[in-house]
Ligand binder design. Structure first.
Ligand SMILES: NC(=O)c1ccc[n+]([C@@H]2O[C@H](COP(=O)([O-])OP(=O)(O)OC[C@H]3O[C@@H](n4cnc5c(N)ncnc54)[C@H](O)[C@@H]3O)[C@@H](O)[C@H]2O)c1
Length: 373
């Protein structure tokens, strides 16, 4: 298969879909890897390193998109890339389609095969290709919050860990999955006061035990959210309903009740976000805005800020699946691997992932029906 890797064009996105050391495996299996010049620079990989491992370097993204049968990326294609969509082209990347009608429609119209990282799902319902980036984003969310709590960024001017005879700050983490759990680890390490909310009581108890009862856990009801958010210095949004748009569980009224200079980091923003007032996606260049005196942070590619760590973590998880697709073609690959099959969101002009059809009220087709065509 001819596989293409382009340079990411999202603001300050320095991750890359393949590292030089990943390439050997593909070349040994007789695949051709085309890499856009400088695609890996932001993650510390030069064209020379890709070349040495058997990749062909092309000067423009256009050439890579047009020649490749499968494009391996990190973030979703942006509007300027839609012109390269064509029937049968496989795009293997994060897509977050439920939050992006325009991209969904462009992929459907052009009959692209969209296999997305974040919905590949194992038997235990874990998301192996989202997990590494959720670990990064969860750990970063606390460090980002601490940064914007500094006075000169519009924050209330508190140190989350406090000091002797001064109380620590209060971090409210909503969602106790991978992002929330990793945020807890850093928050506890910083000596902040932590409240974790989730719908899953067993999960909350497990995490509470892990931290020796050093965190408060609450079921995520409207009342509990209202009461805890009022006293929070930092709120972290870490909710996910697999494949679906995030529910807006933090209302504008709750935001208005927050302290002046407190901070919300909504990691769930890539699925639409859980905060009513988080009405835009921000960028690493311009990451925050202030509404009702609360600092709002809504960057949808947080791990892009630490590309060296993130690219290694991401590609370690994605490459075995990419090789399955390259070796077998997408249809055989997903017939053989039901977990990878969960990653197929759109194919041949159809939505084949239920939560996405529901998000847009568009028809759903069972993937099985396409596989035997
Ligand atoms: N912004 C970024 O750069 C970035 C990076 C990585 C991940 N993410 C996003 O972060 C989000 C969380 O990812 P994850 O890997 O932790 O998911 P996860 O599935 O591991 O955890 C999600 C948790 O949310 C909980 N939940 C669902 N509804 C809830 C509600 N109403 N109240 C409280 N909790 C609720 C679930 O029970 C689950 O424990 C996803 O949207 C993911 O795409 C964003």
């Amino acid at each position: 298969m001819i596989i293409g890797v382009t340079k990411e064009i999202k603001n300050n996105e320095n991750r890359v879909g393949i590292t030089p050391s990943n390439i050997k495996n593909f070349v040994e299996n007789k695949h051709t890897i085309l890499v856009e010049s400088n695609a890996g620079l932001g993650s510390g990989f030069s064209d020379e390193e890709y070349r040495e491992n058997g990749a062909i370097i092309l000067q423009t993204a256009k050439e890579v998109w047009e020649k490749a049968e499968m494009i391996i990326k990190v973030k979703e294609p942006l509007q300027s890339e839609y012109k390269y969509f064509r029937p049968g082209l496989i795009i293997f990347t994060y897509l977050h389609l439920a939050a992006d009608r325009e991209l969904t429609e462009a992929m459907l119209e052009n009959k692209v095969i969209g296999i997305c990282y974040e919905t590949v799902e194992l038997e235990d319902h874990s998301l192996p290709l989202l997990t590494p980036m959720s670990q990064v984003a969860g750990r970063m969310s606390v460090q980002i919050g601490a940064h914007f709590l500094e006075r000169h960024y519009g924050g209330e001017g508190i140190l989350l860990g406090g000091v002797d005879n001064v109380d620590p700050g209060h971090i409210v983490i909503i969602g106790g999955g991978i992002v929330g759990h990793n945020a807890c680890q850093i928050a506890i390490g910083m000596k902040a006061k932590v409240t974790l909310l989730d719908l899953n009581a067993n999960l909350l108890q497990k995490i509470k035990k892990e931290f020796n009862n050093n965190i408060e856990t609450l079921i995520s009801t409207k009342e509990n959210l209202e009461n805890t958010i009022k006293t929070a210095d930092l709120v972290i949004g870490a909710v996910l309903i697999h494949g679906a748009k995030a529910p807006k569980i933090i209302t504008e009224k709750m935001v208005k009740s927050m302290k002046k200079g407190s901070v919300i980091v909504d990691v769930s923003i890539d699925q639409g976000g859980i905060v009513e007032t988080m009405d835009r996606i921000t960028t690493h260049e311009n990451p925050v805005f202030i509404k009702h005196d609360v600092v709002h942070y809504s960057v949808a590619n947080i791990p892009g800020a630490v590309p060296k760590t993130s690219t290694l973590a991401l590609t370690t998880a994605t490459m075995p699946y990419a090789l399955e697709i390259a070796n077998n073609g997408w249809k055989t690959a997903v017939k053989k691997d039901p977990y990878l099959a969960k990653g197929v969101n759109v194919a041949n002009g159809n939505i084949v992932y239920k939560a996405i059809s529901e998000a847009f009220n568009l028809p759903y087709l069972n993937l099985e029906r396409l596989l035997d065509e």
